[in-house]
Structures are given as structure tokens and as C-alpha cells.
Design a protein around this ligand. Structure first.
Ligand SMILES: [Zn+2]
Length: 237
């Protein structure tokens, strides 16, 4: 059930069947020269909706903005601060709790470390304030990156995985191709010239992408997400 599209009576009826909700989170962020800026939120939302087909749960409209660090200066990236992200997650979680939701899965399509830390920090606060059972999950952690059908080790942004997913889910939004690239950020040291260390905005090898790989990744993610939601529901029972 995609909450954006249903009515008040439909919501009331849905709540009798399930008290689990997924909140997709993404960012507006460069994804190389070939993929759309909104890919992370689109990915999390599509995955949540696919998961709801396999196991009853409510899917919230996505939070389309998050915290972007390494991509913050590339054209097209618009981020928000950790505090703003945390307040959004906090207030939305309390809102769902107030509506009778018992398990909340915060599903982020964006894997940035500072972004994920903000989600966790906020969810810990919600845990103290409510009886909600909560999971915070990054889509990339829902399948084994070392799986035999993936060729590029160290893929993380607009590379083999995300390009494959886009070829499967939105082939019309994949614009041409991109080269293998890895950023040259120094370890530990923060840099001002972020684009200079990562000009193409690709982290991995998009030339290894295929529609078939995208479909496999997407279905694996959904299967594993169902397992997490079932675990949450056991805890909430
Ligand atoms: Zn992404």
C-alpha cells in the first residue's frame, strides 16, 4: 500500500491488516554523467513497493533529501544538514507511531556514512520516546556485494550496482554510459576541492552493469527486506 495514493478509509482498513511501515529515504545527488539525480530515493521507494507486494506493509512517500558530503559540490547535488535530517526522521517517525504503526523500517537508498549516522542517531531517540520497533537499513546492505554475479569489487556509487538497477527499473533514464572511476580522496584528511578528487562522480565500474544484474539485485534486496520486517513484527507482537 503506497500511502501517497490511498484514501482515509483505505488507510484505516490497511492498518487492520498491517502495522508495519517503510519510510524510503534518498538524496538529490549527482550520480555520474549517466544516471538521474534522484536515483537513491527512487530506488528505496521502488524497493519498498516491491517488498509490500511480497509481504503486507505500508509504504510512506519518500523523504527526498538527505546528507551529502563527498558529492556536495558536484552539479545537481542539494543536501540538508544532519540536524535537519534528524528532525525530519524524528517527527515523521512520531507521526507514524501516532497513527498506530508498530514497526518502522527506515530504508535509505543513499549510503553516505554521515547520512546513515544521522538516521541511526535520530532513530535511537525515537526508540527512547516510543514503543516503535525500528530498523535502519541501507539498500546496499541488503545483498552480498561479494555475490558471484557482480564483477566490480569496491563498487559504491553510480557503478556496476546502481547502473544495473537503473537499467532494470528506469531504462529510459539511463543516458549513455560512463567510465570506471574511483575518487582520490586522501585517508582521514578532509578536502575542500571535492570535485577535483572525484571529477566524474563514479565510484566503481558502470561498464560491468546489465539489466539482468539489476533485476537480480533488486529481487535479492526485496527478499532480504521482507526478512527484516518479519523480525521486527515478531518483536512488536
Ligand atoms: Zn546512489
Amino acid at each position: 500500500m503506497f500511502l501517497q495514493n490511498i484514501t482515509m478509509p483505505e488507510f484505516s482498513r490497511a492498518l487492520i491488516k498491517t502495522q508495519s511501515a517503510i519510510l524510503p529515504v534518498g538524496v538529490l545527488e549527482q550520480h555520474g554523467p549517466h544516471l538521474p539525480l534522484g536515483l537513491d530515493a527512487m530506488h528505496a521507494t521502488m524497493l519498498a513497493r516491491r517488498t509490500a507486494e511480497l509481504h503486507p506493509c505500508l509504504v510512506a512517500p519518500p523523504l527526498n533529501y538527505g546528507l551529502c558530503r563527498s558529492t556536495s559540490q558536484h552539479p545537481g547535488t542539494v543536501g540538508i544538514s544532519a540536524n535537519t535530517l534528524k528532525m525530519n526522521i524524528h517527527d515523521i517517525s512520531l507521526g507514524f507511531y501516532g497513527q498506530g504503526i508498530k514497526t518502522l523500517t527506515i530504508l535509505t537508498g543513499h549510503a553516505g556514512g554521515t547520512h546513515q549516522a544521522a538516521l541511526l542517531d535520530s532513530a535511537e531517540e525515537v526508540l527512547k520516546e516510543t514503543n516503535l520497533e525500528i530498523a535502519v537499513i541501507c539498500v546496499l546492505d541488503l545483498f552480498d556485494q561479494a555475490t558471484e554475479f557482480l564483477e566490480c569489487k569496491g563498487d559504491s556509487h553510480a557503478g556496476e550496482v546502481e547502473t544495473s538497477l537503473a537499467m532494470h527499473l528506469w531504462p529510459e533514464l539511463v543516458k549513455g554510459s560512463a567510465k570506471e572511476e574511483y575518487p582520490t580522496y586522501p585517508r582521514f584528511i578532509l578536502v575542500r576541492d571535492k570535485v577535483g578528487h572525484w571529477p566524474g562522480g563514479v565510484w566503481g565500474d558502470p561498464t560491468k552493469a546489465s539489466r539482468e544484474k539489476g533485476e537480480k539485485i533488486f529481487e535479492l534486496e526485496a527478499e532480504n527486506l521482507v526478512k527484516v520486517i518479519k523480525d521486527l513484527e515478531k518483536r512488536a507482537a
